[in-house]
Design a binder for this molecule. Structure first.
Ligand code: FMN
Length: 362
């Protein structure tokens, strides 16, 4: 089936802007989900196999491969995505307040590298509206049998207009209070390159009070979560541009504060190792690069985090996972779970099933 999507990609998606292609593709997934015969047929064909299921973060995952944050920013297509065989779906990034993001164009394909550059800037409906949408999606998900129902993670970030650590913490608290009750796990995103000042939050002095505030708010909002941990699992998502010493510092802080895991990694501001010609790369402008060029650094980060943390943290690997071999390499480096975004754009709706099958080590 891969060749059918490749043809569709070349003839339909490639000639239009990457963002428009995203809206049309995601729109088609949601439309498909509204047709019972179609969604049942797709769901049956792409359903995770029982042996692929795994217990991580006190939760039962139908398989170890999930959709990374940024695809379903407003949590309004979770069930349609669930039918494609993802073991989990991370919605967001959702910010405390609604915001339009950066002006378009803001998403670019480097097809020779099967990579993307984006500077979306957290365009999203904000935590209040997203909570309503997510609650709707969760009701729809209830109709999927539990063993194959995907886990839903919620990725939260900073509203652009909010300045200073105190106001930033209040912004994250607002999102946490609304979204923790609807999240199987939460991800604190401090690593997008497209929100000014966001990545400074990775510094331990800022990250410590932020993590503590989110943990406290989540515990108040969800005193009795339905998982084996007894609290809503919290992970921190970090950037591949951090120096190794900073990756170690964040990992050690996570261990000290009882954070449950680290997502490594977000997109990179580096443009090294690309086959796409320099003029095209330059014309795209600033933003985060994703896809295969990120794979080496992202895999090294997983290894470093695992070496630093031992078994004490859950590691979710993201960044350039495209093939079965990538999936196995990331697990061998110490990841518990895998996720991807860019591969979904280039390889289409049957891709998640292939990677999920590869992520079953047995
Ligand atoms: C268009 C686009 C938008 C993204 N938006 C977000 C986001 O809102 N929040 C986030 O944490 N990561 C976001 N990401 C990063 C992905 O979740 C992922 O970490 C990164 O793309 C590396 O994985 P990949 O190589 O499989 O795409 C985005 C990525 C892309 C390509």
């Amino acid at each position: 089936m891969g060749f059918v999507y490749k043809l569709l990609f070349r003839t339909v998606f490639a000639p239009m802007s990457a963002e428009r292609a995203h809206h049309i593709g995601f729109g088609a997934i949601k439309a498909f989900d509204r047709v019972p015969v179609a969604r049942e047929a797709v769901g049956r064909a792409l359903r995770p196999r029982p042996e692929e299921s795994a217990e991580v973060l006190g939760l039962r995952f139908p398989n170890r491969f999930g959709l990374a944050a940024g695809f379903d920013k407003n949590a309004d297509g979770v069930r349609g995505l669930a039918r494609l065989g993802f073991g989990y779906i991370e919605v967001g990034t959702i910010t405390g307040r609604a915001q339009p993001g950066n002006p378009a164009p803001r998403m670019f394909r480097f097809t020779r590298d099967r990579a993307l550059v984006n500077r979306m800037g957290f365009n999203n409906v904000g935590a209040d509206a997203a909570a309503v949408r997510l609650a709707d999606q969760r009701r729809l998900l209830e109709r999927i049998p539990a063993p194959v129902r995907p886990v839903v993670g919620v990725n939260i970030g900073k509203t652009k207009d909010v300045a200073g650590l105190e106001a930033t913490i209040a912004d994250y608290r607002h999102s946490t209070g609304l979204l923790a009750p609807l999240a199987d796990y939460l991800v604190l995103n401090v690593s997008s390159p497209n929100t000014p000042g966001l990545r400074d939050l990775q510094a331990v002095e800022s990250l410590r009070p932020l993590i503590q505030a989110v943990q406290e708010t989540a515990a108040q909002a969800v005193p009795h979560p339905r998982n084996a941990l007894g609290h809503v699992p919290l992970l921190v998502k970090i950037a591949p541009d951090l120096a190794d010493a900073d990756v170690v510092a964040v990992t050690e802080l996570a261990l000290e504060l009882g954070v449950d895991g680290v997502v490594a990694s977000n997109t990179t501001i580096s443009r090294e190792g690309l086959r796409t010609d320099a003029e095209r790369v330059g014309a795209a402008g600033p933003g985060g690069l994703s896809g295969p060029p990120l794979a080496g650094r992202a895999c090294d980060m997983v290894r470093l985090i695992r070496r630093t943390a031992g078994p004490g943290l859950t590691v979710i690997a993201a960044g350039g996972i495209e093939t079965a071999a990538d999936a196995r390499a990331r697990l061998a480096a110490g990841a518990d779970l895998l996720q991807g975004y860019t591969g979904f754009i280039y390889h289409g709706p049957f891709w998640p099933r292939r990677i999920a099958a590869a992520a079953y080590p047995g």
